[in-house]
Design a protein around this ligand. Structure first.
Ligand SMILES: [Zn+2]
Ligand SMILES: [Zn+2]
Length: 159
């Protein structure tokens, strides 16, 4: 029977030994609670932040495409003077046609002009109502699309 006793004792000591690992030390766990909170709360927050950064950097190269088109050099007529289309802001000094809703020239910083599409009278582009005929210049979205497909004739680098 000595063998059985020895086995039992061995088994008990084995249980005691393993219980140290299986039964959690609650006091120690509560002491570690701030660490778990840190991992559980800051971890997801940090990974979300990382993800947001990742998405930002992935989307960043596409941003210039979403920007409004830059100024286009106005075509020169037979007399050597730039021709400006009606209803679009332009800089007479630089001969540039700007997209709708632009009021200032990027090159000379002067206020842009616009010619009324109805009566052809010029005014400052910042004013949306014609002083001559009272036509309010509304920006048509397709205007911008048409302009965006036209390459700048002068091959001017868009800053
Ligand atoms: Zn200008
Ligand atoms: Zn007018």
């Amino acid at each position: 029977m000595d063998v059985v006793d020895a086995l039992e004792q061995f088994w008990n000591s084995l249980l005691d030994f393993t219980s140290q690992f299986i039964i959690p030390d609650w006091g120690g766990l509560i002491g570690l609670l701030p660490v778990f909170l840190l991992i559980g709360v800051l971890g997801p927050l940090l990974s979300l932040l990382l993800l947001a950064h990742l998405i930002y950097f992935i989307r960043k190269p596409r941003a210039p495409l979403a920007e409004p088109p830059g100024p286009v050099r106005a075509p020169i007529d037979a007399d050597g003077r730039p021709e400006f289309p009606l209803g679009e802001p332009f800089c007479p000094r630089d001969g540039l046609i700007y997209p709708p809703n632009t009021a200032r020239c990027d090159t000379c910083r002067e206020g842009l002009s616009v010619r009324c599409p109805k009566c052809g009278v010029g005014r400052a582009a910042a004013i949306d109502t014609c002083g001559n005929c009272g036509l309010i210049l509304k920006v048509r979205p397709q205007n911008q699309v048409v302009r965006a497909t036209q390459p700048p004739p002068g091959g001017r680098a868009i800053a």
